[in-house]
Structure formats: structure tokens, C-alpha cells
Design a protein around this ligand. Structure first.
Ligand SMILES: [Zn+2]
Length: 321
């Protein structure tokens, strides 16, 4: 088994709540990664769960360009080593394992999106964090729309360009902020399994709003803290239906529909892994026709749960390093 070549040690920065611009937080668990303890907290004002301190945006950018997919392809879990990881590599490992996982997900997500927004060959679709272009491949096959992507990793980009003809307009989600001359371009913008990875999602979502046309659909799915509390080194945020709604509202989106699974008994027992059912909260939004006031809906469930969480044994998970 290869050992990973890791970049320089993690650079950290302090975070405050992106919804309230406040620093009034309570501890809500931690994970250990590469010898660093990454702590989570919940905002006492709105209930948003986030990592603080967190690796800087520049650090993450290099990580996504150079290491993220390499770790995934090798099935090097951040969680640890041992028999479980060895078995996992044998069963699900390598590029083909990852691609088939991506394809399976695309086959779930794309019919859901297309049932809410019909596309023609004149349509334009953007997938932010498109990886190997699996979702775009499926959309293109069904509608012949023109497909655009944002993706940091070179091998993922090359694969998506070659197989699907994805045109890239950025490396990381933050690059959307600087794009000019494409306002009102897209019929659908997708953030699938991506928003939780973005260090500063507000300017990114505001840029997405600008790039979306007036009838455009914003699709977001992200791990649901109530279903699967996805604390891990890649996730500066773990959203709930309420905190996702607060964020979209703060970025002048209007949620048309939000889909999520209620908490399960299994989750209440503190068993976050190996869930069989979908783990995501999904929101379909459009541009709000007026500029929203930010509505702070206090997320009392996340707040309550996080207080319990810090006492639970899975809050600290040893990394293989
Ligand atoms: Zn807050």
C-alpha cells in the first residue's frame, strides 16, 4: 500500500458564523486528522454547525488540486487504518470503483433534477465540483444541453473533458466570483455534495445567482446533520434543513422545494456511519425576485443535538496518522 505524500502542514484560520457574522458558539464535536484536532461548533444565534478554526481557503485549494481525488482513488480513508480499510480497498477500490459510485449517484440525482426543470439542446448547465462529469454526462445524454464544470483536479478535469466534452469555467467554486460576461447564462446550476466543502459559500452562491438566468434552477444537496453528522476534514460545514435554508435566503434565493429525511432512531443512538438511506438534504431554489432580508430561523434541533454530540464517543475519531 502506498503512503500518501501530503502537502505542507495545515494552515488554520479563525471562523465566525457566515449567517450572522457572529462569534457566539458552543462546542459540537471534533475529528482528528494528520495530527490536528479539527473542532466543530454550533452558532448560538442561528444553529449553523461549522468547523473552527479551519484550514484556510488556499490550503484547501491546494488540497483539492493535488490530494483529494488521489486519496479517494486509493481509498485512503481519513478515518483510520486497519482491517476495515483494507477490506474496503479490495472491495470498492481504485478508479473504476470511484467512477461506478459517481455514475450510480448521477443516475439517482439527474432524473430528480430533470423532473423539475426541462432542458433542450439550447440549454446550458453548470456543475460546480463536477469531478469526472458523471452528472453532466447523464444530463447531456438525456437533453443534449451544453455542459460546463468547475473542478480543481487535473485528472478529473481531463476525464470529464474527454468523455463528456465538459467546458471548464473555473478550478474551485470560489472562482465563480471573478467570472464576468456570463451573467444570466445558465438554466441549471448544480452543487451536489459540494456546498459543505466550500469555505466561504456566501459569495459563491451570490455569484451562482448572478450566473443563473431568470427562470434558472439552483440544485443543492449536502449531508444532513440530522441523518449523518458528516464531520470530516473536508467539511467546514455540516448543514441542516434550517441552516441551508438560512444560507440560501441570505444569498437571495427562494427555496421552491426542500427534501430531507427525518432523524432516525438509529441516528439518535449515535451511530453515524453505515447508514443505508440517502443522507442528504436537497433544496431546489430559484432567484428571489426581490432582495431578501436575512431571516434568522434558529435551528434548535442542531443546537440541542450538538450539545449531546460532544459527549458521545464517536466525536473523537483517531486518524491513521
Ligand atoms: Zn449564526
Amino acid at each position: 500500500l502506498n503512503s500518501t505524500v501530503h502537502q505542507t502542514k495545515i494552515e488554520f484560520e479563525e471562523a465566525i458564523c457566515i449567517i450572522c457574522d457572529k462569534n457566539n458558539t458552543h462546542p459540537a464535536g471534533e475529528v482528528v486528522w494528520r495530527g490536528n484536532t479539527l473542532q466543530y461548533c454550533v452558532c448560538g444565534n442561528c444553529g449553523l454547525k461549522f468547523m473552527n478554526p479551519r484550514p484556510t481557503r488556499d490550503w484547501y485549494r491546494n488540497f483539492y488540486i493535488n490530494e483529494f481525488w488521489e486519496d479517494k482513488f486509493a481509498n485512503r480513508s481519513w478515518r483510520g487504518k486497519g482491517m476495515f480499510e483494507l477490506l474496503w480497498r479490495l472491495l470498492k477500490g481504485g478508479v473504476s470503483g470511484r467512477l461506478s459510485k459517481g455514475r450510480k449517484r448521477a443516475l439517482q440525482v439527474v432524473p430528480e433534477i430533470l423532473s423539475r426543470k426541462s432542458l433542450t439542446s439550447a440549454s446550458k448547465v453548470l456543475d460546480v465540483g463536477c469531478a469526472f462529469g458523471m452528472i453532466l454526462e447523464e444530463i447531456k445524454a438525456k437533453t443534449n444541453a451544453t455542459v460546463y464544470g468547475v473542478e480543481p483536479n487535473d485528472s478529473a478535469r481531463a476525464e470529464a473533458e474527454k468523455r463528456v466534452g465538459v467546458e471548464f469555467i473555473g478550478r474551485t467554486a470560489e472562482d465563480l466570483v471573478a467570472i464576468t460576461g456570463m451573467d444570466g447564462t445558465f438554466d441549471i446550476i448544480i452543487f451536489s455534495n459540494v456546498l459543505e466543502n466550500i469555505v466561504d459559500p456566501r459569495p459563491v452562491l451570490q455569484a451562482a445567482r448572478r450566473l443563473l438566468n431568470n427562470d434558472g434552477l439552483l440544485y443543492v444537496d449536502t449531508p444532513n446533520v440530522f441523518y449523518y453528522d458528516a464531520m470530516n476534514p473536508y467539511h467546514p460545514y455540516v448543514y441542516s434543513p434550517t441552516s441551508l435554508s438560512n444560507l440560501l435566503s441570505a444569498c437571495d434565493f427562494e427555496i421552491l422545494e426542500s427534501v430531507f429525511e427525518p432523524p432516525t432512531d438509529r441516528e439518535n443512538e449515535g451511530l453515524p456511519f453505515n447508514c443505508k438511506r440517502p443522507r442528504f438534504v436537497t433544496a431546489y431554489s430559484r432567484k428571489s425576485t426581490r432582495v431578501n432580508r436575512i431571516v434568522h430561523k434558529f435551528d434548535s434541533e442542531t443546537y440541542r443535538k450538538s450539545a449531546l454530540l460532544s459527549l458521545q464517543r464517536y466525536a473523537r475519531i483517531k486518524s491513521r496518522n
